[in-house]
Unconditional design. Structure first.
Length: 254
């Protein structure tokens, strides 16, 4: 591939990603503010924060757990076999997303309790696992923030017996605006569309939400329990203090 052609595709991808980021910035502003408020409410009330995503959606969930500049109280709600693509074969993770009952078993054995917040990330929002996770979480009294592409609910069929989607069982929905298929580019000579942008946009949505939550906490006179980078002087000492002070609400250390 010539440098000119390669650069053209790179530019097209950046343009597509920037366009999506501008859309979610402008069109999801109210929902980002609402989600940030839900998180701030939980932090203020002594609650805990959890994030869940299956497959590649787990990347965005992991990005906000134990993260420099992030809220120390955000914990990963892990479902064995679906966190990332390290399970063998990788297709097993996709199959597990369609298994009924798995979400309930995970939540029942987790430390989540009423008043906590669960962020559920699922691009399509159509598989049994994220739908049941949201339904069970709300039944247990958790506040649910869903990050999904609402377009899937209008152009695909739900794989859950209820016929519903993740978006139907959330207190706040953040719409990533990702098109069906999650591929931004096409090119003559390549039969499949390529270059997904969901991870970029979903991570940006979540970081914007957590930034909003931090600002909301400050406006209430509460210092947000943020982590610092361990690669800057004093970072380890700072984090040690935060992890000790909020240890009863942090579960990734045990």
């Amino acid at each position: 591939m010539s440098p000119t052609r390669e650069n053209k595709l790179a530019d097209q991808y950046f343009d597509a990603a920037i366009g999506l980021l501008e859309r979610v910035r402008d069109e999801e502003a109210a929902n980002i503010a609402a989600a940030g408020g839900v998180i701030a409410d939980a932090v203020e009330a002594g609650g805990r924060l959890f994030a869940f995503g299956a497959g590649h959606s787990s990347l965005a969930a992991q990005d906000i757990v134990y993260r420099a500049g992030g809220l120390a109280l955000m914990n990963l709600l892990a479902v064995p076999g679906v966190v990332g693509v390290d399970v063998m074969p990788a297709t097993l993770g996709s199959a597990l997303e369609r298994v009924d009952g798995l979400a309930g078993a995970v939540l029942d054995s987790s430390p989540a309790q009423p008043g906590d917040v669960l962020v559920i990330i699922s691009l399509s929002g159509r598989n049994a696992l994220p739908v049941e996770m949201a339904m069970n979480a709300q039944a247990l009294g958790l506040r649910v923030i869903g990050v999904t592409s609402v377009a899937y609910a209008t152009e695909t069929r739900s794989r859950h017996v209820s016929g519903t989607y993740l978006k139907d069982h959330c207190d706040v929905v953040l719409d990533s605006k990702i098109a069906i298929g999650d591929a931004e580019l096409t090119l003559d000579g390549i039969e499949a569309p390529f270059a997904p942008a969901s991870t970029v946009v979903t991570s940006a949505l979540l970081q914007a939400t957590l930034a909003t939550a931090a600002g909301e906490l400050v406006s209430r006179g509460i210092e947000p329990p943020l982590l610092r980078s361990g690669n800057v002087d004093g970072g380890h000492e700072w984090n040690g203090r935060i992890l000790t002070e909020y240890g009863d609400r942090i579960f990734y250390r045990h």
